[in-house]
Design a binder for this molecule. Structure first.
Ligand SMILES: [Zn+2]
Length: 244
């Protein structure tokens, strides 16, 4: 019996609590005892998203080492892990973000563990695309474009960008062509991906939400103005102010 656990669906981004009917897991040990992977096997985890609009299956398998633990022969160490569904931990991005930027972001996430170099290259191109599109800043190098951002963004955003830029090869190659492949570790590529996720949220999503909020306010104001106008035209009684 599995205890309920917190889960954020990578397909729809909905945080939720998973209980037994939406979760299953298991282990299978190999019988190839004479191979180099003696006492190995695999384990799987399957989670069905409870969001009725999503219902997607998250499926992961792990190559594991078996051993004795608390008197039972069971997996004791994970050797390798594969995220089969979804293929990456990319967060779903709304359609109002330009497709080229979303595609570079998804691709950077998908290949992060397979090729950190390629992932970081796509992530840098994605970041540059965001600076061009959102801020209309275009300079000869990504470094110069990022420098120009300092006067546009708030201090916490600038500090985060600077922190990522100072890490190893990411910063060292900002001067060079954005498409140049740089040698980085998966965790460095993830740092760039994390920065992109934060900036997508802070720039595009925040702007969109603000615009939607103002549109709602405007519509409400118009509705009240129209109702008042109609009320006056018909000579309807206006409720005393004290009762409103
Ligand atoms: Zn979902």
């Amino acid at each position: 019996m599995t205890e309920p656990f917190s889960f954020v669906c990578d397909f729809c981004g909905q945080p939720t609590t998973i209980t037994e009917p939406n979760y299953s897991s298991g282990n299978i040990d190999f019988s190839t005892k004479k191979s180099e992977h003696e006492w190995c096997g695999f384990s799987y985890d399957a989670v069905a998203c409870p969001n009725p609009k999503c219902k997607k299956l998250t499926f992961k398998i792990s190559f594991v080492k078996y051993g004795m633990y608390r008197g039972e022969f069971q997996p004791v160490e994970t050797i390798q892990k594969w995220d089969l569904l979804p293929e990456s931990s990319a967060k779903p991005q709304p359609n109002y973000i330009p497709k080229a930027i979303r595609d570079d972001y998804y691709e950077a996430c998908r290949i992060r563990d397979l090729s950190a170099k390629a992932s970081a290259t796509l992530a840098r191109r994605c970041l540059q695309g965001m600076i061009h599109d959102f801020w209309s800043i275009e300079k000869p190098t990504l470094k110069k474009e990022i420098d120009a951002l300092q006067s546009e963004v708030d201090v916490p955003t600038w500090n985060a960008i600077e922190a990522v830029r100072k890490v190893g090869n990411i910063g060292a190659h900002m001067e060079k062509d954005v498409n140049l492949i740089i040698d980085v570790e998966p965790r460095e590529a993830q740092l760039l991906i994390g920065l992109i996720e934060t900036l997508l949220k802070e720039w595009y999503v925040a702007k969109h939400d603000r615009e939607e909020h103002f549109k709602k306010l405007e519509a409400l104001a118009q509705k009240i103005a129209t109702a008042k106008k109609a009320g006056k035209g018909k000579g309807a009684k206006v409720a005393p102010a004290a009762k409103i």
